[in-house]
Write a protein of this length. Sequence first.
Length: 156
Amino acid sequence: MYVSARTDYAMRAMLAVAARHPEIVKAATLAASQDIPPPFLRNILLDLRRAGLLHSLRGADGGYCLTRGPEEVTVGDVLRATNGAITTVRGLSVDAAIYQGVAAGLGEFWGAVHRSVADIVDNVTLADLLGASHEQPSSLAISFCAETRQRRLGSP
């Protein structure tokens, strides 16, 4: 999975808005606090608004706020709003990549990679990441991977 600057900026902006939920946050405040170029941020905020993740308010007291609570917005929601797809193979959806001969097993493998990544990003919320900022950086990922492994193995 490739994380572009656009996706990284979108996640940082969403976390900054989520940290102040339900307050309204100005785009200039987001840009300054997260060191995101303002023209680039405007386009990202537009995509996030079009995806239904942010609500925008005009005027002197305007800005952006989440349309749902931080516990309801997943990393997957943000990735899809900025990238369209979570994983691609040569710019195609994983399902559209077709292989033949000795490479025939790659399609199933890329599908498994996609499902694993989707499982993680669709189950980690902005609230989870905000809570993890007070823990060791890798603790959220380790915890999630352990929980996923337990679910798959049927352990309590």
